[in-house]
Design a protein. Structure first.
Length: 542
């Protein structure tokens, strides 16, 4: 009996030690130095279109960015519009990327911090239950089960961690305008018949209309629509994303032309940003975000300025407080406008009608997704919470039976085992019901590093100017080359961050203006931070 009593005490002691070790491992991670990863939704790997639709006072401004895959370096693109465009413009790709980042859906991904606290509670409750039961028989059996559970948790925990040759001499087609805009040669056309338009396209180097295209074009002609023929010249074949193209025209209602895209024969992933007076909605697309934005002259502090009161203007969401400060956004948004994001994968059959945007009154909205890791973590939290609560409650309810004859068998078979099964079932149901999406992760745009990162970047630019005394004699191309080389060799914290040339969040551009040669960094919300690398000669003495 003494040996058995000693064995029981040893097993109880071992159980406590394992609990303490498990707790110690969990709490060691919570030392204030762990920064959770931020996740970004990845669109499907299929042909995609990204567009910004601005609608105000009967005027629509449509900004289209269309990725394409194919051989050859010239592509023709036909865009039907309900009226003749009043103007065209080249738009920076950074605007679409900024909107994508600033109004991204909420994504649950890294639940490490939440799980640490839940692990602590679960271990304490489990240890308390087992110790209460182990005071009698079957101590060895139950201790082995508990050790197996502790081992399972310890294994699972790390896992949770120029003009392009457009002619105008085809009968039946009236050319209303011809322009060069960035990489595109554009012609605005009115056609009498689909066949006449087909002849014009073939004579100007565009691919001809298919039989399905002709039916759709005939419908557009009957409705007195016009056509924008855009010819893109690119440097190489394969996959490419040309710069967005903006066009403004009169429209009775906001509309996104989609019917000609349906004849391509494959699915298209569409991301549509709508800026209007009210919330946007339409068929076949999911609303991911909608909020009313107000203009603020003091939306963000300029950390590169020596003046502590120097601020940057931008727009701030009323409900979610998301900021947008990209310079291009001021051409599209106004004080009190509503910015909505609609997206979805459209099959050819879903593109047989143009997308008409309905503008409706309503509150703000933000879609919530879960990454694979976030879904696993959430379902695990449901399991652990269910286990801990039910184990505590049922023990208190049936403690007299547990302390009575055959109490240990009752505790194991009638309490612990059913709770385990129920917890697993609820966790599985939770996982199945959560809206999941593919994500990419990283700290590049993570706010917790924001001020430290900008300070580090300012130190780098000042050191770059100090190390390159001959900047006044260099042209801008040489300055860019030296700057890029300096970034690669810099020993500060920014050396591990992917910073590229471009006017999108997290990247930079180098340009010349009235100040001289300027380095401009775009933060995660598109705000531009300028640092003058070389003053103009007439400003050196000022």
């Amino acid at each position: 009996m003494k040996k058995k009593s000693l064995l029981n005490r040893w097993l109880v002691f071992t159980t406590l030690v394992i609990s303490v070790i498990a707790l110690t491992e969990q709490m060691a991670c919570a030392d204030g130095k762990y920064f959770p990863e931020q996740a970004y939704k990845i669109p499907p790997k299929i042909p995609s279109q990204k567009a910004i639709l601005v609608y105000k006072d009967g005027i629509e401004k449509l900004i289209i960015e269309s990725a394409m895959e194919g051989q050859g370096r010239e592509f023709g693109w036909i865009i039907p519009l309900p009226s003749k465009p009043t103007d065209f413009a080249e738009v920076s790709p950074g605007l679409v990327k900024t909107l994508n980042l600033t109004i991204r859906p909420e994504i649950t991904h890294d639940l490490t911090s939440s799980l640490e606290g839940l692990y602590t509670v679960t271990i304490f409750v489990t240890a308390w239950f087992l110790l209460a039961v182990l005071l009698k028989k079957r101590t060895l059996f139950l201790s082995i089960i508990f050790l197996a559970i502790a081992l399972f948790i310890s294994i699972l925990t790390p896992v949770m961690r120029g003009t392009l040759g457009i002619s105008i001499d085809v009968p039946g087609v009236r050319v209303l305008d011809v322009e060069d805009v960035g990489s595109y040669g554009l012609a605005v056309l009115e056609a009498e018949t689909a066949e006449a338009l087909n002849q014009w396209l073939g004579g100007n180097g565009f691919q001809g209309l298919s039989d399905k295209d002709r039916v759709i074009v005939s419908d557009y002609i009957e409705q007195n629509w016009c056509f924008v023929a855009a010819k893109l010249r690119r440097e190489e074949s394969g996959y490419s994303e040309p710069h967005p193209l903006a066009m403004s025209f009169v429209a009775e209602e906001p509309i996104y032309p989609m019917r000609l895209t349906s004849t391509v024969g494959n699915d298209v992933y569409l991301e549509l940003f709508v800026i209007a007076q009210k919330k946007a909605a339409c068929r076949n697309l999911v609303l991911e975000h909608s909020d009313r934005y107000s203009f603020s002259k003091k939306a963000n502090l300029n950390y590169f300025s020596k003046d502590v009161e120097d601020v940057l203007p931008g727009f701030i969401g009323k409900t979610y407080r998301q900021k947008i400060g990209h310079p291009e956004v001021f051409k599209c948004m106004w004080d009190g406008c509503v910015l909505s994001k609609l997206c979805g994968t459209l099959a050819p059959a879903e593109m047989n009608k143009d997308i008409v945007i309905a503008l409706k009154s309503g509150g703000s909205f933000r879609k919530h997704y879960f990454s694979q890791r976030g879904a696993n973590g959430t379902s695990l939290m449901v399991c652990l919470t269910t286990w801990s609560i039910l184990l505590l409650v049922l023990y208190l309810v049936f403690q007299n039976k547990i302390k009575g004859e055959n109490g240990r068998e009752f505790a194991l078979l009638r309490i612990a085992l059913p709770i385990v099964l129920l917890s697993l079932i609820l966790g599985g149901i939770t996982y199945a019901l959560l809206p999941k999406t593919e994500v990419e992760t990283g700290h590049k745009h993570f706010r917790i590093f924001y001020r430290m990162w900008l300070h580090e970047l300012e130190v780098f630019t000042e050191q770059f100017v100090e190390d390159n005394k001959g900047l006044q004699e260099m042209d801008i191309a040489e300055i860019k080359t030296r700057f890029q080389e300096g970034l690669k060799s810099w020993e500060g914290s920014i050396k591990d961050v992917n910073i590229d040339e471009g006017d999108s969040p997290g990247n930079y551009v180098i340009f010349e203006d009235e100040r001289g040669v300027v380095f401009r960094y775009f933060d995660m919300e598109g705000f531009p931070f300028d640092f003058v690398l070389r003053l103009k000669p007439n400003r050196l003495d000022k």
